[in-house]
Design a protein around this ligand. Structure first.
Ligand SMILES: Cc1cc2nc3c(=O)[nH]c(=O)nc-3n(C[C@H](O)[C@H](O)[C@H](O)COP(=O)(O)OP(=O)(O)OC[C@H]3O[C@@H](n4cnc5c(N)ncnc54)[C@H](O)[C@@H]3O)c2cc1C
Length: 503
């Protein structure tokens, strides 16, 4: 699909997506032939029969294609970023706009179907798809319209972070987004949104001005500080619990387009010294400066520690500020300098390709303690310790604090305003024969640093962590339940860091 056709296209208030007619002509030509009733999975895990007539009505009511098993493209459509996820939905409604989303939500509710909502499909636990239910798939709903005068952007609900960054940077503007451009904007924003600009501009969710959202009753609602303000509070950190967001409006800020930053690389053997130095440096850094750490432990064991630097301010000031990082230990590779922000935002894309088998564990921390550093180095980076010779394990430490901590913990649903670092251990491998061992190794290794964590970021939640939903929302959980009771009392949207309704 030609993305340029989408860029800058204006998706109107009702968000009937301005998709090229050829896409729909092709979809119609290969439209699924519905020949019989089907058996599908219900919201609560039972079985239900969906009649041929009902299916035809759904298909007729959608502008985008309804994809079913046996349909060309079904196997591609059910795949997500994590190759370990192998679910078989009964129905995939690839929506073209808000009208399709409303149609799909109505259908799911009226037929009591299990529902998954797909944005960018990057949730590691594969929450974007489901076994035997209906996937409301927004992956064809991409587009961004920048209003340079008011410094806002309207982003369609299935867009990727790269869509947002690319359009905004043309105007020298940006808002906080994540570090890999093929990640979905919707899932990331709804859970919070950690990124290189968070310390200077706040989380992605802190920059949400409004959303359009289809709630469980099938209504399209606008939520902002002035309208449906409880819903507006909930979507800024409460995940996909309240409905399907068809568009986000973000506050933008002048950024770059060239910022000071890049990467410094050191041999992995120096990890402990680097982390000790980093812990103090990160604590004292000004809000405009974010320094993330990536420790790569690839197959074979020869890895690197990378400091990924982004200074959102005057270039010369940035260069001066980061000087201690280049001098305390001489890096093996010094890649710091004036760097296009967009280049920085796509620099990690290739290292996390779709289709590999992935697993992660993560926790939020305050300032990095020596015990946590020792745990990371001794337990997780010991060469030769991993059972699978083909596994690549990365430790990623995202620098939080700054503007993130200047928002009160009850002001948005994202609660972890005291966190200074998000520590994520991510393993990726190819051979399914090692899956069990790799997961066990990662979990065991993580236990060495878990005592130093103070909370848990809902966007990194894996299936085994589901009981941790309450921990992910801490003191905001009660209020989230209230919002859930109001907008999704039947828990139609529960494939997420779930907030259980009590009505
Ligand atoms: C390579 C990679 C890099 C990452 N980097 C970062 C990072 O820098 N910062 C960070 O904060 N996180 C990061 N993450 C985590 C990321 O925030 C989550 O994986 C997030 O869920 C991705 O959103 P998505 O739309 O792609 O996910 P999906 O898998 O499509 O969905 C995730 C969840 O959101 C719900 N959802 C999706 N779209 C909508 C919608 N339109 N309306 C309502 N609910 C919806 C889904 O139902 C599901 O519960 C990264 C993940 C990966 C895989």
């Amino acid at each position: 699909m030609d993305r340029r056709k989408f860029n800058q296209s204006l998706f109107g208030a009702g968000f009937a997506a301005a998709l090229p007619s050829s896409v729909f002509a092709a979809a119609m030509a290969s439209a699924t032939r519905i020949t019989a009733d089907i058996v599908a999975v219900t919201r609560t895990g039972g079985e239900t029969t969906v009649t041929k007539a009902a299916l035809k009505e759904l298909q007729h009511g959608l502008r985008g294609p309804l994809i079913m098993p046996g349909n060309a493209g079904y196997d591609t459509a059910r795949r997500v970023w994590n190759g370990m996820i192998d679910k078989h939905p009964a129905l995939i409604a690839r929506c073209s706009g808000a009208a399709d989303v409303m149609q799909a939500v109505d259908f799911a509710r009226d037929n009591d179907l299990l529902v998954a909502v797909r944005g960018g499909g990057h949730n590691i636990a594969g929450k974007a798809v489901c076994e035997g239910g209906l996937v409301i798939d927004l992956s064809a709903m991409r587009g961004c319209r920048v209003d340079p005068e008011n410094k806002t952007a309207r982003l369609v609900g299935g867009s990727l972070l790269g869509d947002l960054d690319h359009e905004c940077q043309r105007f020298g503007l940006a808002t906080t987004s994540g570090t890999v451009s093929h990640t979905g904007a919707a899932g990331l924003t709804l859970g919070g949104g950690h990124g290189r600009l968070a310390r200077s501009l706040g989380l992605t969710c802190d920059n949400v001005v409004s959303v359009d959202i289809v709630t469980a009753d099938g209504q399209l609602r606008h939520a902002s500080a002035d309208e449906n303000s409880d819903l507006y509070w909930g979507v800024r950190g409460g995940g996909g619990n309240f409905g399907v967001v068809t568009s986000f409006e973000y506050q933008l800020h002048p950024v770059g387009p060239v910022v000071y930053g890049g990467t410094l690389m050191y041999p992995l053997a120096q990890a402990r010294d680097i982390l000790r130095f980093y812990a103090d440096f990160a604590q004292d850094a000004p809000d405009e400066l974010a320094v993330d750490v990536i420790m790569l432990s690839p197959p074979g064991g020869k890895g690197f520690v990378i400091l990924s630097v982004c200074y959102n301010g005057d270039l010369q000031k940035g260069e001066k500020l980061v000087k201690p990082l280049r001098t305390f230990i001489k890096p093996a590779v010094d890649g710091l300098g004036p760097t296009p922000y967009l280049e920085m935002q796509t620099s990690a894309d290739a290292s996390t390709p779709a289709g590999k088998l992935y697993y992660n564990k993560s926790g939020l921390m305050g300032n990095l303690e020596d015990g946590a550093i020792d745990g990371l180095v001794d337990r997780l980076l010991v060469a030769g310790d991993q059972p699978d010779p083909g596994v690549a394990s990365n430790v990623i430490i995202q620098h939080l604090g700054g503007a993130v901590g200047q928002v009160r913990s009850g002001e948005t649903a994202y609660v972890h305003r005291d966190a200074k670092h998000d520590v994520l251990i991510l393993s990726g491998w190819e051979d399914p024969a090692y899956t069990e061992q790799n997961i066990a190794w990662l979990r065991e290794g993580y236990s060495a640093i878990e005592p130093y964590t103070i909370g848990f970021y809902s966007n990194h939640m894996v299936d085994s962590d589901q009981p941790k939903s309450k921990l992910a929302f801490r003191s905001n959980y009660k209020r989230l339940v209230k919002v859930k009771n109001e907008y999704d009392p039947e828990n139609l949207f529960h494939l997420n860091a779930n907030v259980r309704p009590t009505v």
